[in-house]
Design a protein around this ligand. Structure first.
Ligand SMILES: *Cc1c(COP(=O)(O)O)cnc(C)c1O
Length: 403
């Protein structure tokens, strides 16, 4: 049987069984639902996109997978060329892996080994944000800061190699002043912290982070697994502030098949590139550069470029802002909108208990977590569909007034 994620199996309500998925819609035996969360934020073109589906089929007819150990192939080469030209600055070197968590592991291992290769063995620590989420593998959990997901780490006692800072410039400056000599990297979810509570913060924090990293020689890692491909209203936050290592996942393949990439700049790559075999990067996921995933990612990027996605996202943002403007309730702490993301933060998780069923009855699939009632919609959504999502959120409060 299936062991489901993030849930007490003993008390789990039956999950909705999906029989078909097309565009923004999920279908069950008896319902048609707008997916307001894009399957954990990845299905940016909606489901069963015909262009991506055709690209996967075409590649499957040639071959589905060969390893990148001693072998290479056209889909991986083409995707790397595309990313190299498409991504900002000198983010040119693509290391593939099968998931966002692994791509984060790769980034952190790269940062550590970059300094080991230089003989700077004291640089063992990583700076990361409070409320950070970077995935569920062990190093990703360690740089994460969320007891709701990662309390199991408490079994190991206090963290030795990670320092957390809030998204406040004075705290950041203090952390750099105190710890710079032992830091190898600062890892952040730029502008929008997703699973840690849909927290939004200002670009000035990242600009200061870039300056401090430069001043102290620390590598800046942007985990854009969630924020990449337009989610914040920027194509990539890396377009505004340039990191040394960029991690992409989730929407990389338009959500059609799992894959991720860790992209390094010249400085990082050059830290490995010399005559010493021990300076090679010793990592290699079996399914890295999977041909079906690379073919899907190439088509997804093409759709993103040709479909005026940045304009679509700006339109989504303005509709979300218009629909949620002034909406208030004693049970709501704050309503936040950024790009293709809206979050209604409530005063306690109980406020959202029963919301999923309420939304289902109105033709919307939603999955609130902690105090977050949120939507991260597919970018192909129409205004009418989007308003159905926000109307459902508002109805949860207006139709169930406090006694
Ligand atoms: C989802 C997520 C990850 C983990 O990606 P997986 O593909 O689930 O392993 C890492 N970082 C961020 C910011 C994420 O949102």
């Amino acid at each position: 049987m299936i062991w489901y994620p993030y849930v007490q199996m003993k008390h789990m309500p039956a999950p909705y069984e999906i029989t078909a998925a097309e565009g923004v819609y999920l279908y069950t035996k008896d319902a048609k639902l707008i997916d307001s969360v894009s399957s954990w934020w990845c299905a940016i073109h909606g489901y069963r996109n015909p262009v991506i589906t055709a690209a996967i089929k075409e590649q499957a007819d040639k071959f589905s997978h060969v390893m990148l150990g001693g072998l290479t192939h056209e889909p991986a080469k083409k995707l790397s060329d595309k990313l190299q030209s498409w991504l900002p600055g000198d983010l040119d070197y693509c290391f593939y892996s099968d998931s966002g968590s692994v791509a984060v592991e790769v980034a952190l291992k790269m940062a550590l080994q970059y300094f080991v290769n230089r003989g700077e063995l004291q640089r063992t620590k990583v700076l990361s944000l409070t409320h950070a989420y970077h995935g569920d593998t062990f190093k990703a959990m360690e740089v994460g800061d969320d007891e709701d997901y990662h309390f199991v780490l408490q079994a190991y006692g206090a963290k030795k190699n990670v320092i957390h800072v809030p998204t406040e410039i004075p705290a950041l400056e203090k952390a750099f002043a105190e710890h710079h000599a032992e830091l190898n990297a600062f890892i952040v979810e730029p502008l929008l912290q997703g699973a840690g509570g849909m927290r939004m913060y200002d670009i000035s924090f990242l600009q200061r982070a870039r300056e401090l990293c430069d001043e102290y020689g620390v590598l800046l890692i942007f985990d854009e697994v969630a924020t990449g491909f337009g989610r914040t209203g920027h194509r990539f936050v890396a377009d505004v502030v340039l990191p040394d290592i960029l991690v992409l996942g989730k929407a990389l393949t338009g959500g059609h098949i799992g894959h991720a990439v860790t992209v390094a700049n010249h400085r990082v790559y050059d830290g490995f590139y010399d005559d010493d075999p021990a300076h090679a990067f010793m990592h290699g996921p079996t399914f890295m550069g999977n041909a079906l995933a690379c073919a899907a990612a190439l088509k997804s990027i093409e759709l993103f470029e040709q479909g005026n996605y940045m304009e679509r996202i700006a339109r989504i943002e303005s509709i979300l802002k218009r629909e949620m403007a002034g909406f208030a309730d004693p049970r709501i702490r704050e309503v936040r909108v950024m790009g293709g993301c809206v979050c209604v933060e409530v005063t306690s998780p109980e406020v959202l208990s029963g919301y999923q069923e309420f939304a289902y009855a109105r033709g919307v699939f939603s999955r609130p977590f902690l105090c977050c009632l949120y939507a991260m919609v597919p970018y192909i959504i129409t205004e009418e569909e989007l308003v159905r999502i926000t109307d459902t959120m508002k109805a949860w409060f207006t139709e169930r007034p406090l006694a």
